[in-house]
Design a protein around this ligand. Structure first.
Ligand SMILES: NC(=O)c1ccc[n+]([C@@H]2O[C@H](COP(=O)([O-])OP(=O)(O)OC[C@H]3O[C@@H](n4cnc5c(N)ncnc54)[C@H](O)[C@@H]3O)[C@@H](O)[C@H]2O)c1
Length: 376
């Protein structure tokens, strides 16, 4: 049984990803569900039933307006589709609620800045996915880097290579619409992990293309029909970090035959570190010392959460408020990642390097130990 009831939660958007959040609501002592809303009322009802059946909590179906007007609700989880993030998050912040949003934070820098300002002026916290970096796979990598084991980090590779979500879920066509694509959908997990490991990115130079101008949808309402691809589906970028570290990023939906490239590697003056896939929380990294002929040494997880899923960032936000510390999956971190991702697309469009205006502090690392919930 949960001992602490730190924040009452209203969920807005009860689609595919909400299922992961419901499980975290049952697991963490920092969040208690109260109400669920969706444009499709049956989805909100189904989410409430799932919470009750699994004994993860008790919530009532409600409208967005009812959630915003309910003084007992402290935090809104905005799990709607990307275009709903900015307007719903803004309304919730202005209603005096803390918000944890799914990614991306917003569609434009202007929207993102307005959300940061609204959180500040209303005295509430704004958090945003990705929060996978709170998992033990990534917190352990952070501890290895911070311990100096690979020496001074000098470069990072970030490879998100796949064949695309043509057959994923009910609306796979949205992944190919303008403003979407592999960088915004999955590449942001890699950028977020890179920033928490190595700090802010200050300049990017990129190229992008769509290898296939049309894609055949294999699931959902449009299954069996070809759609026009509007977003670049293969993006490649050189990243310059403030620290002088250089990064190479590929985010692609166009790799149909498989590959042998590791998701994330950080190379330093004393050795190399392989980091698990940032699209997940866990996994084992590996280390190889400089000029060693020994094989890669597996790294057992030593830091971060285990067995948690998407929503961990919201639990961290609630714990942060209770303990008066900054939360880790913050609006500022998500804004910097949005700024970098938009800069990559702009550079690909213009053919020139683009400076990234925003900077962000690395979120604070976890203390040693594997935890099943946010501890404090
Ligand atoms: N599905 C995944 O694997 C996955 C993984 C990680 C992150 N995400 C992110 O989560 C978000 C949601 O994705 P999803 O796959 O769950 O989509 P989804 O379409 O399955 O669910 C979104 C839900 O939000 C509801 N909704 C939309 N606008 C609303 C509004 N104004 N008020 C109330 N409800 C509203 C929709 O009716 C729908 O039920 C996206 O930002 C996506 O990038 C999804």
């Amino acid at each position: 049984m949960k001992e602490t009831k730190a924040m009452n939660v209203g969920i807005v958007g009860c689609g595919m990803i909400a299922r992961q959040y419901l499980g975290v609501l049952g697991q963490t002592r920092w969040l208690s569900p109260v109400a669920c809303a969706d444009l499709v009322p049956e989805r909100a009802e189904a989410a409430c039933s799932t919470l009750e059946e699994k004994e993860w909590g008790k919530a009532r179906p409600a409208s967005l307006e009812e959630i915003l007007a309910d003084d007992d609700i402290d935090l809104v989880l905005n799990l709607t589709n990307p275009k709903g993030h900015y307007p719903i998050t803004l309304q919730a912040l202005e209603a005096g609620k803390h918000v944890h949003s799914e990614k991306p934070l917003a569609m434009t820098r202007e929207e993102g800045r307005q959300l940061l300002a609204a959180a500040e002026s209303n005295g509430v916290r704004l958090g945003c996915a990705p929060d996978t970096f709170l998992g033990c796979g990534h917190q352990t990598a952070r501890a290895v880097i911070d311990s100096g084991r690979i020496g001074e980090p000098s470069m990072v590779t970030l490879f998100m290579l796949g064949s695309g979500p043509d057959g994923y879920g009910e609306n796979p066509e949205v992944f190919f619409q303008a403003g979407a694509g592999p960088l915004m959908d999955v590449g942001v997990y890699y950028l977020t992990d890179a920033v928490q490991l190595l700090g802010s990115i200050q300049r990017v130079t990129a190229s992008a293309k769509s290898t296939f101008p049309e894609r055949l949808m294999r699931s959902g309402k449009l299954a069996g029909t070809k759609i026009k691809v509007e977003a670049p589906t293969h993006v490649t970028a050189a990243l310059e970090f403030e620290s002088g570290i250089l990064g190479t990023l590929i985010a692609s939906f166009d790799i149909l035959g498989g590959h042998h490239l590791a998701p994330v590697e950080v190379h330093g003056t004393e050795g190399s570190l392989s980091v698990p896939d940032p699209n997940g929380f866990g996994g084992n990294g590996a280390f190889k010392a400089a000029r060693s002929s020994e094989p890669w040494e597996a790294i057992e997880p030593t830091h971060g959460t285990s067995g948690m899923a998407r929503g961990t960032g919201a639990a961290d936000l609630a714990a942060a408020v209770a303990n008066g510390r900054p939360h880790r999956a913050s609006g500022e971190l998500a804004y910097h990642v949005l700024d970098v991702a938009l800069a990559i697309h702009e550079s690909a469009g213009s053919g020139s390097a683009v400076d990234v205006e925003s900077t962000v502090e690395r979120p604070s690392p976890f203390a040693e130990g594997i935890v099943e919930d946010i501890e404090d």
